[in-house]
Write a protein that binds this ligand. Structure first.
Ligand SMILES: [Zn+2]
Length: 231
């Protein structure tokens, strides 16, 4: 059994090498960078939406406060003519001063909110531009990557045909174990016994495993889960 699985792995190695080359390609890298940006952008926009909403609430509040104070100021100013004594006049002038000062600081506050709103707007614009750029990049490199894949498609097909042939002689449960590890990006899957130790992690194997190995079977290392055979 071990020789057959080893032959399978040797052929599978060619497939793995092609996969590695494709995965390490600049095309794939650029696709991934663009994909990462695009998939993260909605979160950025949601945060910005929240900021914009908060700013708008602050702005509306400041404007209504401004109207309120302006009304109050108008009222007091109109009552100034009817002032009867100095005390009253002083009180009202003080009130006018206070209102003017409050209005001034409100105006400064509104100005600040406006600046922040402009900033948010420009961030929206930048994100829109960057998203468009990332979408274009993704499209461009996805096409290039597809061309790379097409270039090795025949080779992959031939290897898969060979693998399918080899697979027929391997116990299904062993093949399942191999496939599962392969899917988890573990490669090589099958290691030669080294003395009485697992060739992958160096852990000593049990007597039971050793005796199975002697009879040409493949065992799974209890420690690292690698498949082990005896050469
Ligand atoms: Zn091991």
């Amino acid at each position: 059994m071990s020789k057959k699985l080893l032959a399978y792995q040797e052929t599978d190695k060619k497939l793995k090498e092609i996969e590695n080359t494709l995965n390490a390609s600049e095309e794939k890298k650029q696709m991934f960078i663009a994909y990462k940006y695009i998939s993260g952008v909605s979160e950025v926009i949601a945060k910005l939406d929240k900021t914009a909403e908060d700013l708008l609430n602050k702005f509306n509040f400041a404007i209504s406060k401004q109207n309120e104070l302006s009304e109050e100021l108008k009222e007091i100013t109109s009552e100034l003519d009817e002032v009867r004594d100095e005390n009253e006049a002083n009180y009202m002038l003080k009130k006018v001063d206070e209102l003017l000062s409050a209005l001034k600081s409100l105006e400064a506050n509104i100005e600040k909110i406006n600046e922040s709103m402009a900033q948010v707007k420009s961030e929206y614009g930048a994100i829109r531009a960057k998203t468009k750029q990332a979408q274009d990049q993704y499209k461009e490199y996805a096409e290039k990557f597809k061309a790379l894949q097409d270039g090795v498609a025949n080779e992959i097909k031939a290897i898969n045909a060979e693998l399918a042939k080899l697979k027929k002689d391997i116990k299904p449960e062993l093949m399942q174990k191999y496939d599962a590890k392969r899917k988890d990006k573990i490669f090589p899957v099958l290691f030669a016994l080294s003395g009485d130790k697992c060739g992958s992690c160096g852990m000593a194997l049990s007597m039971k495993d050793i005796s199975e190995l002697e009879s040409g079977e493949v065992v799974e290392c209890d420690n690292c889960r690698a498949l082990v055979y005896k050469a």
